[in-house]
Design a binder for this molecule. Structure first.
Ligand SMILES: *[C@@H]1O[C@H](CO)[C@@H](O)[C@H](O)[C@H]1NC(C)=O
Ligand SMILES: *[C@@H]1O[C@H](CO)[C@@H](O)[C@H](O)[C@H]1NC(C)=O
Ligand SMILES: *[C@@H]1O[C@H](CO)[C@@H](O)[C@H](O)[C@H]1NC(C)=O
Length: 385
């Protein structure tokens, strides 16, 4: 047995298996995400593109003067502009990537919707919303299609063990050559928050199931153990960021006195609270959650040490508010500079949004979490792009 384990044939077999499962480029083991040489890691969140058929799909909720010549292609142009301007290290599409009811061909619609990410060559991931499966593919089919696209690090869960089809995590390692080069210093979790309740007595949206929470708990535990072991041992866990489409009921814990951004519609969470917020609080590593779903809410508010953030509506073929610009969220994590040692652990996590106007105006620039302060230290409300 030990002879087989150490044999190169076994290594080749494992590598082949990994390649088959993830594809070469998307293999997070071989090509892990890592902090840049400047100690930064930047994520672009794209919420609710609602892409359908392209040029023939009209914009919704824009000013009458903006209606002419406005289509899904405006959504595509906005993704391109955000990528060019922010140069993110990872792009996260947080569901309702396509608007199923109006997309004639789900696969084609997704190919077009994700094309700016694909052509940029930047690693990207997507999770499912509640509308992605309403075209020609099931939720399983949609997620399977996504993982087959170029440069994606999205992963597919086969049905059975864990509810949903896209529950996975990604590790972000320290900078190349640093003492944390092989450690995950920032953890990203992606969950499939489902679509609609299948329990007859419960109407409305679905919720994050116990099986998913167990997966999250085990993953968080494993990552914390790996992080705190060895020579680079750290007492506090590496910060975790969590992404899923449908906001939790806890997003309703705020008003304008204690959030940054805007709330212009009710929180469309499930009517059932499945306890995922408490699960995250207990896990201890999660610092922020990023959802979509409610297009004209774009705030971040802190509850029990976790920032709950909306991405803000991105897509033009999605309901919105005429005169209220489509927007995107950017999240950056910065490492601590240590005298004579180089880059250390994550020091701060910040966020801002950009509006799809001429200057891609930056708004609501704020600190989400800081190693030294615990977070929620607002910097500036508005500054020009
Ligand atoms: C949509 O894109 C067209 C073509 O580039 C542009 O002329 C128009 O201003 C855009 N509309 C909006 C609302 O951004
Ligand atoms: C990280 O792993 C690589 C490859 O195994 C090794 O060469 C390098 O020394 C490791 N770096 C640290 C800081 O452990
Ligand atoms: C926000 O402030 C309101 C009162 O204005 C309060 O009811 C609510 O509990 C606060 N939320 C948090 C999370 O502190």
């Amino acid at each position: 047995m030990s002879r087989f384990r150490s044999s190169s044939a076994a290594v080749v077999a494992i590598v082949l298996l990994v390649v088959l499962i993830w594809g070469v480029e998307a293999n997070p083991e071989k090509n892990p995400l890592r902090f840049r040489e400047d100690g930064q890691f930047k994520i672009l969140q794209v919420a609710d593109m609602h892409y359908s058929d392209g040029l023939s799909t009209p914009c919704e909720d824009v000013l009458p003067s903006q209606l002419r010549g406005c289509s899904d292609l405006n959504t595509t142009a906005f993704v391109h502009r955000m990528i060019d301007t922010e140069k993110p290290d990872l792009i996260v599409f947080t569901g309702d990537n396509i608007f199923g009811p109006d997309a004639t061909d789900a696969a084609k619609s997704m190919d077009e919707a994700f094309s700016p990410a694909i052509t940029s060559g930047i690693p990207w991931v997507a999770i499912l919303g509640n509308h992605d499966q309403e075209s020609t593919l099931s939720r399983e089919g949609v997620m399977k299609h996504i993982v087959g696209l170029k440069h994606t690090m999205s992963q597919f869960n086969p049905p059975g063990e864990i509810d949903g089809f896209g529950n996975y995590n990604l590790e972000v390692r320290g900078t190349e050559g640093s003492s944390l080069a092989n450690k995950s210093v920032l953890n990203l979790y992606f969950l499939d928050s489902g679509d609609y309740s299948t329990v007859p007595r419960v109407r409305g949206y679905n919720w994050i199931k116990p099986s998913q929470q167990v997966w999250f708990q085990q993953t968080s535990k494993k990552l914390q153990k790996a992080y705190t072991s060895g020579s680079a041992a750290k007492k506090a866990p590496a910060p975790g960021l969590v992404f899923f489409h449908i906001p939790l009921p806890e997003f309703a814990s705020f008003d304008s006195s204690n959030f940054t951004g805007e709330k212009q519609e009710p929180i469309s969470s499930s009517s059932v609270n499945s306890g995922f917020f408490a699960t995250m609080v207990e896990a201890g590593d999660v610092k922020a959650v990023f959802s979509g779903h409610d297009h004209i809410n774009d705030f971040c508010g802190e509850l029990t040490g976790i920032q709950l953030c909306y991405g803000g509506g991105f897509g033009y073929h999605a309901y919105g508010k005429a005169g209220w610009a489509r927007r995107a969220r950017v999240i950056t994590a910065s490492l601590e500079r240590m005298e004579g040692v180089g880059w250390g652990v994550v020091k701060t996590v910040k966020t801002w949004k950009r509006l799809d106007d001429k200057k891609l105006t930056v708004i609501d620039d704020m600190v989400l979490w800081s190693k030294n302060y615990g977070g929620n230290r607002r910097k500036k409300q508005i500054h020009g792009a």
